[in-house]
Ligand binder design. Structure first.
Ligand code: SAM
Length: 217
């Protein structure tokens, strides 16, 4: 599996998705095969989303690399992830922010939350806290955050997530009403009241469901 992982990482470097040493190191270290269901293990190092149960998916490795690069992470940062899924993306981010950093990750589906929590604990990620709940409202208990990223598509940018960003903090979120196409938006908090927003192009994510997300189930 380690050879397959190295091959996947080299492919992501060649295609320009991995651009920095911390992201390369993290993606080479985290065993994606440990996070996918048994029947998907043979495809764990293919650059594609895979089913993880409950109609949800683990994001494609190139998307995880893109998110990590765009977030411009540093060791020691406090980060909030909305949509833990199987916990793979969380593990990659946790590797980059290191032992002095902390990642809070929220998942709304209980069985996925339990599985992600168990797996991250088993692999020794003490710098990750997995929370069960509606992440469209953020997690005010630990705010402000240096970085917030959402791995599900929202109909609009949830106000609580903007409020929970620290000064100079960045929020990355897919926004849009189409099931198969949304825009990846990067928002930076430049002062108490001011935010700068940038559209980074088209993506396709599962819906964010909750108070500040979609209301259907
Ligand atoms: N980052 C994940 C991984 O590495 O497996 C992939 C996440 S998957 C594309 C999106 C996840 O967001 C799903 O597990 C879904 O249940 C979750 N989700 C959707 N709405 C949510 C909400 N309001 N709060 C928390 N999680 C939510």
């Amino acid at each position: 599996m380690i050879d397959e992982r190295r091959r996947m990482v080299q492919e992501l470097i060649d295609k320009g998705y991995i651009r920095s040493e911390p992201v390369r190191r993290a993606m080479e270290k985290v065993p994606r095969d440990e996070f996918v269901p048994e029947e998907e293990k043979h495809r764990a190092y293919m650059d594609m989303p895979l089913p993880i149960g409950e109609g949800q998916t683990i994001s494609a490795p190139h998307m995880v690399a893109m998110i990590a690069e765009i977030l411009d992470l540093r060791e020691g940062m406090k980060v909030l992830e909305i949509g833990s899924g199987c916990g793979y993306n969380a593990a990659v981010i946790a590797e980059i922010i290191g032992k002095d950093g902390h990642l809070y990750t929220i998942e709304r589906i209980r069985s996925l939350y339990e599985r992600a929590r168990r797996k991250l604990r088993e692999l020794g990620y003490d710098n990750v806290t997995v929370i069960h709940g509606d992440g469209s409202q953020g997690w005010p208990e630990e705010a402000p955050y240096d970085r917030i990223y959402v791995t599900a598509a929202a109909p609009y940018v949830p106000e609580p997530l903007m409020e929970q960003l620290g000064l100079g903090g960045k929020l990355l979120i897919p926004v849009g009403s189409d099931k198969f196409y949304q825009e990846l938006v990067l928002i930076e908090r430049i002062s108490d009241e001011d935010y700068r927003s940038e559209n980074l192009g088209g993506v396709a994510f599962v819906p964010l469901i909750g108070k500040h997300g979609w209301k259907f189930h």
